[in-house]
Design a protein around this ligand. Structure first.
Ligand code: ADP
Ligand code: ADP
Ligand code: MG
Length: 667
């Protein structure tokens, strides 16, 4: 098709996505004077991206295949809203050639490459065949069509173990398995195929040599529809978990100027092989010395902000200008970078429980966006709900500074000042990660997180005499209890000298036991006592609701949120989630259900791994669930006999449903 028809000026843009990337695109569209149209599912009626857009169209039910992944419904939404162009974001339909084609056929400008370019680059196998011809350096591997067991086994043998089995259509690290020896190959292929089939409806596999001590280096490129193509330097995304990026930075601290020039040239060569139009990323794996092509992502990447911060280029603006049919405003020599940028992905997940996704209502969301060089791209606000239907990424915290060291410090500061209460997030884990000495020294590879997991997820608990914490708890609870009482001395100004008053509060921390705080106030000094420790104290509350607590003359800030008996606090000693034990409240202990084999979240049963009647060791796998696109294996919580399996492969199960019964073995 004639490119001038595909890329032309438009005024109304539909964003076929949700979460932070939809919000990010809407912001730039608005700044450029465009009208923005959001799409949403029934689960997202109240979502942030819907509120931010000028208009919004309901696509359908929560499940992505019936809403965000439904091409027909998205095209229909564009028609209904009078949109002339579609931005696909990342994930969902962003790399779906059929969608790009459907847009073109419906007369919509697709903000991205043509369907043909996507087909050429979209499959890892196909793109590697192309790169071979274009003479782009690649890892040894097999990316042929034949998929029978014998061919794959032979290919792996020839490449030499360890190898990486990968889904050709893969993304987000799914459908990928490291295989150390020939004996492990067949089961790895079966499980990778199952994951790929479920996630991408395509289970074609390829095999690559597993690069030792791998680093991930990628180059941002952008091409216009007039044959101009630029590279915008590289990003390093070596801090990964399960082949999924966690921290990304630009420029790469690993490359010298010469290596940088080489990888950027290789990326331009790769993109030029398909005369690429739009923003895209060429990904390489590196052994620290050489780089090898692994795939091209034909879309905007999650981590694009680090490139924006070092180059000063707004990539979404450039994407839209390219879609208008404009020429790129610069030539390669014009593009430079300065300083260092680093990004952390904030997820609703629990790093201490094998990163299981966390769903529910976000009671408090507070992030230091725009403060002191910190940028926060968020898709959620206070009061929003994280549903189990979509990716668990909530936001990205990004920092820039003249040096890498400075950027890391700033990022950590940004993470520490971010308060999310109501769901579990990986923020403490991210802080531990970016401040780890090996990360500061760039002495890492993609396996670093897995190896250091214990240290990165170590629990902080209330120390017996954490006075800031005790004082804050007392202040908040006293305030709460007096809130109904209009004569409350707490309401107006601290306290009044109405004689000596004493109050006791008991609070409990998940693993940290119970703590009693005693508050004495009235005539003379106010005092707080927690455990053996005691101090004089006073406080003020600022307009943000933060408490400045002064203990023995030293003032420090405490951020808090309270919800019934549950309290969230951030003191200078860390973040704490506490439960107030109300002596009059009639506490009933909730059954923890630790011993039940139950679905932790809504999901689909994808494999049964043990048989009824089997005797299982503690920790033995029982079944695998797919929860929020990740496979999660449920294991025996104790040694016993598997009495009953209460589900079958393919069952969609709700949260809390018991899936199997295990009888503890006697003795
Ligand atoms: P990137 O290099 O940009 O992280 P990935 O290949 O890891 O690219 O995937 C892009 C992002 O989109 C990831 O964060 C992934 O979790 C998310 N994603 C992928 N598929 C979906 C989907 N169907 N729905 C929502 N998010 C998705
Ligand atoms: P996805 O589409 O899921 O992003 P990629 O092919 O980009 O898949 O691989 C994801 C990650 O896995 C890479 O970022 C890299 O860290 C790692 N990886 C990929 N290929 C290799 C390889 N051949 N050797 C070592 N690590 C690899
Ligand atoms: Mg990739």
């Amino acid at each position: 098709m004639d490119r001038s028809k595909l890329y032309r000026r438009f005024r109304t843009l539909l964003i076929a996505n949700r979460g932070e990337i939809a919000c990010r695109v809407i912001r730039t569209a608005r700044a450029m004077g465009l009208r923005s149209v959001a799409v949403y599912s029934e689960a997202d009626r109240g979502a942030m991206h819907v509120a931010e857009a000028d208009e919004a169209v309901l696509l359908g039910p929560a499940r992505a295949p019936e809403s965000y992944l439904n091409i027909e419904r998205v095209i229909d939404a564009a028609r209904k809203s009078g949109a002339e162009a579609v931005h696909p974001g990342y994930g969902f339909l962003s790399e779906n050639a059929e969608f790009a084609r459907a847009c073109a056929e419906a007369g919509l400008v697709f903000v991205g490459p043509t369907a043909e370019m996507m087909i050429a680059m979209g499959s890892k196998s196909g793109s590697k065949a192309l790169m071979e011809k274009a003479d782009v350096p690649m890892v040894a591997g097999y990316h042929g069509e034949a998929q029978d067991d014998a061919t794959l086994a032979q290919a792996a043998e020839k490449i030499g173990f360890p190898v990486l089995v990968k889904a050709s259509a893969g993304g987000g690290g799914r459908g990928m398995r490291i295989v150390q020896s020939a004996a492990e190959l067949a089961p790895a292929i079966i499980s990778a195929k199952r994951e790929a089939k479920a996630a991408f409806s395509n289970d074609r596999m390829l095999i690559e040599k597993y690069v030792r001590n791998p680093r991930h280096i990628e180059v941002q490129v952008i091409g216009d529809s007039h044959g101009n193509l630029l590279s915008l330097f590289e990003r390093e995304c070596t801090l990964q978990r399960r082949h999924q990026k966690v921290i990304e930075e630009a420029p790469s601290p690993t490359l010298n100027m010469q290596q940088r020039a080489a990888v950027c040239a290789a990326a331009r060569k790769a993109a030029a092989a398909v005369n690429y139009v739009g923003a895209g990323t060429i990904e390489f794996v590196s052994d620290g010395k050489d780089v090898f092509f692994i795939e091209m992502n034909t879309r905007l990447q999650v981590e694009h902000p680090v490139t924006e911060l070092i180059t000063g280029i707004n990539l979404v603006e450039w994407q839209l200008r390219v879609a208008f049919g404009e020429r790129l405003p610069f030539v390669q020599e014009d593009i430079g970078f300065s300083g260092h940028a680093i990004e952390a992905r904030v997820y609703a997940e629990n790093p201490r429980k094998n990163f299981i996704p966390s769903v529910g209502r976000i009671k408090t969301w507070h992030a230091p966006d725009g403060v002191d060089g910190i940028r926060v791209d968020a898709g959620y606000r206070s009061g929003d709900t994280v549903s189990p239907y979509y990716d668990a990424m909530l936001a990205k915290v990004i920092a820039w500074a003249p040096t890498r060291e400075g950027a890391i410090d700033k990022l950590n500061h940004g993470l520490e000042e971010t308060d999310v209460y109501g769901i579990v997030t990986n923020i403490p884990f991210l802080s531990a990660l970016v401040t780890h000495p090996a990360v500061r020294a760039n002495a890492i590879d993609t396996g670093f997180i897995e190896r250091e997991l214990k240290n990165l997820t170590a629990a902080g608990s209330v120390t017996a005499g954490d006075l800031e914490l005790g004082a804050a708890v007392a202040i908040i609870l006293a305030d709460e209890r007096d809130a109904a009482d209009s004569r409350s001395p707490w309401q107006s100004f601290g306290w009044m000298p109405v004689g000596q008053r004493r109050r006791n509060f008991l609070f409990r921390q998940n693993q940290g036991g119970e703590h009693r705080v005693t508050l004495t106030y009235g005539n003379g000094h106010s005092r707080v006592m927690i455990g053996e420790h005691e101090a004089t104290f006073g406080y003020t509350v600022n307009h943000e609701g933060e408490i400045d607590v002064t203990l023995d003359g030293v003032t420090s800030r405490v951020v808090s949120a309270i919800d019934g008996h549950e309290i969230y606090l951030r003191t200078r000693n860390g973040r704490f989630e506490l439960h107030w034990v109300d002596p009059y409240g009639g506490e009933d202990e909730e059954q923890a259900g630790e011993d039940k084999i139950a679905a932790p979240l809504p999901g689909t049963v994808v494999a049964i791994l043990a048989e009824e009647g089997a005797t299982l060791e503690k920790g033995a796998p029982i079944l695998t669930l797919e929860v929020m696109k990740m496979e999660q294996t449920l294991r025996a919580p104790f040694a016993g006999v598997l009495k009953k399996i209460k589900c079958k492969v393919g069952d969609i199960v709700q949260e809390g449903v018991e899936l199997a019964e295990l009888e503890p073995s006697a003795g």
